[in-house]
Design a protein around this ligand. Structure first.
Ligand code: KIV
Length: 253
């Protein structure tokens, strides 16, 4: 699974054979340049999901439910999940464990598949006191395991496990019948997810320990733009073959 936020992202992820595209609320960090995901709204998510879906990728599209779109009234949560489906998502993802059981059931009851997300849940950044690795003690790991089992019981089709020790990722995966998808959760989960900008070297801060950066697109793009600037200033762009020729009829009136 990889995140994507626009048509090129959907198109390229699909061409690369990615199984699941997550239109993540990480769009708040990666595209909107914010410190956390708490400013992202349901309208922002609809906008980005619609763009990804326009690519008609051969990948399952998961739409992330942003903070406060599923925390208040159940009916609003279902309507908000529906808005993401109408924008082109095939399922939705929401953060939390046992505390979100009723919400998960209500959304599934509206025929919308739900993916869970436990561990370091970025929408809880204020409550957690920062982006901190979770499940670091036996009792904390047991709580995560109970959360995962409760989500499975509520009907989620998969669970993202984020920011936990490797052993906790493996433990939860072994206990569940549904697939787990890890991010900073070690090698023992069924699948892995990375954020587009981290994987491709497009971020503006030092990547987290768990990120593998496959290319430095910041350098590639800056190099290409610098070349354009230099060609324009040096008068070598546009060249003759990059112009519309003057038609023979030009001086005919
Ligand atoms: O929003 C997102 O990108 C996510 C991933 C980190 C799993 O939720």
């Amino acid at each position: 699974m990889v995140t994507a936020y626009d048509e090129p992202g959907g198109r390229l992820a699909s061409a690369a054979g990615v199984d699941i595209i997550l239109v993540g609320d990480s769009v708040g960090n990666t595209v909107m340049g914010q410190e956390n995901t708490l400013q992202v709204t349901i309208d922002d998510m609809v906008h980005h999901i619609r763009a990804v879906a326009t690519a008609q990728p051969n990948s399952h599209i998961v739409g992330d439910m942003p903070w406060l779109s599923y925390h208040v009234e159940l009916a609003d949560s279902v309507r908000n999940a529906g808005a993401l489906i109408r924008a082109g998502a095939h399922s939705v993802k929401l953060e939390g464990g046992r505390n979100r059981e009723a919400t998960v059931r209500a959304i599934i009851n509206a025929e919308i598949p739900v993916m869970g997300h436990i561990g370091l849940t970025p929408q809880s950044v204020l409550a957690m006191g920062g982006f901190k690795v979770q499940g670091k003690t036996k009792s904390a790991a047991d709580v995560l395991l109970e959360d995962a089992l409760a989500l499975q019981e509520a009907g989620v089709f998969a669970v993202v496990i984020e920011g936990v020790p490797e052993e906790v990722g493996s433990l939860v995966t072994a206990a569940l019948e549904i697939p787990t998808i890890g991010i900073g959760a070690g090698a023992g989960t069924d699948g892995q997810v990375l954020v587009w900008h981290d994987l491709l070297g497009l971020g503006n801060r030092t990547p987290a320990k768990f990120v593998r950066q496959y290319v430095d697109l910041n350098a590639v793009i800056t190099g290409a733009l610098g070349q354009f600037v230099s060609d324009v200033r040096g008068g070598t762009f546009p060249a003759a073959n990059e112009m519309y020729p003057t038609p023979a009829t030009f001086n005919e009136g």
